[in-house]
Each structure stands twice: as C-alpha cells, then as structure tokens.
Design a protein around this ligand. Structure first.
Ligand code: NAD
Length: 370
C-alpha cells in the first residue's frame, strides 16, 4: 500500500484495491484514480509483469483522456497478474472471480486492454453487469473492427493540417503499425485524398512515394499476411518507416518508439499520436523546436474510449462516430489554438485542458475525488 500512497497527488488515486484468491491463483489490483466526473472507465490488463505502479499510471492516463474527451467518466484501470494466453478454462474463472470481487465497486466500469478482449468483457458483464467493449451479440459496438480510433485520427488530421500549412488532399502519410488503429487511420485518410507513402508492421516497412494501395494492404493483413507480402512497393526493414519522408506521421504500434536518440530521423511536418505514449517527452520537445506539430495521444486517439462510453449508454454506431468526430475535432482545435497563442508544447496545453476539466468537476463534490 505504501507504493500507492507514494503515487498520490491532488487528483488521485482515490482507491486502490488488491484482490487475492489463492485457491484460483488470482492476484489482481484495481486503481480508481478519480471519479469527480463520474464512474471510472478503464481497461483490464492481463500480463505476468503488471504492477500497482503501472496500474496507477494507466488509471491517471484514463482520468485525463476521459476528461479531455468531455466524457461523464473518471479514470480507473485494473491489472490481473497472469499469462493472457491461458486456455479459456483457466482464464475465464480468473476474470469472473476478479469481477465478482469488485461486484459492489460501482465506481469502476471494466473495459478491454492488453491481454483481454470482448469475450472477457462478456464474462464480466455476465458476472456483474458492468463492462464496455462487449461483443455485438450483447449490444456492443466492435470498436476495433469499425475503426473508432482511426475515425478520430482522420478528424484530428482534418483540423490539424490547417495549423501547419498543409492540405489533407494529397498529403503524404506514413503509419507505423497496421493493426486496429493504423489500418483504419489509413483507410479514413485515403478517403479524404491523403496518400499513404509508407506503412509498417512488426515484420517490415513497405514504401512507395507514388502511393500504396490501402485496400490491398488491409486485405493482406486480414488474411494474416505481412505488409511486405504486397506485390508493389519497396520492402524495407521494420523501423525504416521512421525515415519515410512525409507530411503526416502516425505512430500506431508501441510505446516509446521515438526517443532523443532517433527523433532526428523523422521527416514530417505533423505527427498524430495513434499509439499511447509513443514518444518520450524529450523527443516531443526536440520536435517542437524543429517546428513539427505533435498532437498528443490522449487528444488524437480518444476515439476508442469515446466509442466505449457511448456503447455503455446503449448508443448506435453512427451516434458513436458522430460523438468521436465532434469531440476529437473540438479538442484538437482547442489544444492547437493554445499552442499557437502561447507557444507551449501541445502536450502541456492538452494536460492543462484535461486537468482543468477534472478540477472543475471536483469543485462540485463533497469529497473532491471520491
Ligand atoms: P493491434 O495489436 O491491433 O496492432 C498493432 C500493430 O502494430 C500490428 O500491425 C503490429 O504488427 C504492429 N507492430 C507491433 N510492433 C511493431 C513495431 N515495433 N513496429 C511496427 N509495427 C509494429 O493494436 P492497436 O489496437 O492498433 O493499438 C496500437 C496502439 O494504439 C497501442 O499502443 C494501443 O494501446 C493504442 N491505442 C489503441 C486504441 C484502440 O482503439 N485499439 C485506442 C487508443 C490507443
């Protein structure tokens, strides 16, 4: 518990709950960071090496992301120690038991994260009636299948190009990672006239300055193949996508891919962060000094959580897409206006915007964060 107290500041965490059931080998933690805006929403991460600290950092990130998106939700996160690839007959009892232990914890709504998926959320829903990211058969909106985050990124791009003298029509785009976020961002941007000049997956980069066939690349990935299996384009090593000359660069894979040591390789005017914490703070500073505009993760990639919050209210897919469009566009403009007016880093402007929305809500509470 000392760890969690050491992490506390004026925003949270409000609660840290450790759950243990030795007969099942269940060891798990819930961190509810702040519920001033409403019950917290955040994913359940399952991995052997999770920790209370990681859970608390992720819960704070959710407080900020949900507040920035104007959702009536606070931030929380849960972690389950274990191998996410366990067979169903071993994984399901663990997830059900964890959910059952939190059955009265109304301040937390489970969502999927690394190591958990829509089936896990269906078990949680069955157990306690409180989860998002459900299968369509249970009224869920399949956010990765429809590309909720990619849809938000395309709208973020439409707004951001005006702040760096670009036009989306004909803009050259490079995307690192071609999964749920990357491939849909490519699809929605191509529909707006942008040209995909490079893309990567864990096996390599494919590049073509004249433009790649996005639909064909998506077909390849859906068939379980690598991007470099595409007949056209130059095949390069995995990280070559970082060197691709482009107008818009989108990280949509792993954290910390751009660091002080490799940031000089980026040759772009605009970055839209599809992945979470893809750049180190030092790298973001260096890009700002070079005049490269970076729209931070919790502004640019909020489409997924907005979709989940809409699903929780029983909204349809078109209503969820309309909400993503409105919120991501408004936040991108608010952050970039601040950057323009005050010369601050985009991440600083985004943090101020999100924190203000949390503290305003705290002002209406009897106990500010509980
Ligand atoms: P995913 O597993 O569907 O896809 C990840 C893609 O990245 C795959 O194409 C994989 O081959 C590729 N990849 C992995 N390591 C790579 C590397 N080193 N270089 C290049 N490509 C690599 O995951 P996703 O749902 O698309 O999520 C991507 C990132 O976006 C994650 O950081 C995730 O936390 C974040 N994110 C996702 C959502 C969402 O709605 N799914 C929302 C917000 C943020």
């Amino acid at each position: 518990m000392a760890d969690a107290f050491a992490l506390a500041d004026e925003l949270g965490p409000a609660k840290v709950i450790h759950v243990c059931e030795p007969s099942l080998g269940l060891k798990a933690v819930l961190v509810v960071d702040n519920v001033a805006r409403g019950p917290s929403i955040g994913g359940l991460r399952m991995a052997p090496d999770v920790s209370v600290q990681e859970c608390a950092r992720l819960a704070r990130a959710m407080t900020l992301k949900n507040a920035a998106a104007g959702l009536p939700h606070g931030g929380g996160k849960s972690v389950l120690y274990g191998d996410p690839r366990l067979p169903r007959d071993k994984k399901e009892p663990l997830i059900r038991a964890f959910a059952h232990a939190l059955r009265n914890e109304q301040d937390y709504i489970f969502g999927p994260d690394m190591g958990t998926d829509e089936s896990c959320m269906a078990w949680v829903k069955d157990e306690i009636g409180r989860s998002v990211g459900l299968p369509a058969a249970l009224g869920g909106i399949p956010l990765d299948e429809i590309g909720a985050t990619g849809w938000g990124l395309a709208h973020c791009a439409e707004v951001a190009v005006a702040y760096c003298d670009l036009r989306l029509e004909g803009a050259r785009v490079a995307i690192q990672g071609f999964g749920a976020v990357g491939r849909h961002a490519a699809r929605f941007l191509a529909a707006r006239g942008a040209v995909l000049v490079a893309a990567s997956d864990s096996r390599g980069t494919i590049a073509d300055g004249r433009g790649l066939d996005v639909a064909e690349l998506i077909r390849l990935k859906q068939a379980g193949r690598a991007l470099c299996d595409h007949a056209a384009g130059e095949k390069l090593e995995r990280d070559a996508v970082i060197d691709a000359e482009c107008d818009i660069w989108i990280p949509a894979a792993r954290p910390d891919v751009i660091r002080e040591a490799n940031v000089r390789h980026l040759r772009t005017k605009l970055v839209l962060q599809g992945a979470n914490i893809p750049f180190t703070p030092g790298a973001e500073k260096m890009l700002a000094q070079r005049g490269v505009l970076v729209v931070p993760d919790f502004i640019a990639n909020a489409g997924g959580v907005i979709c989940a919050a809409m699903e929780y209210r029983g909204a349809t897919q078109p209503a969820a897409f309309a909400a993503i469009e409105e919120k991501v566009r408004a936040n991108t403009a608010a952050v970039l206006d601040e950057v323009k007016a005050r010369g601050v880093l985009p991440r600083e402007a985004a943090l101020v915007l999100a924190t203000k929305r949390v503290t305003q809500a705290m002002g209406y509470r009897r106990f500010s964060i509980l």
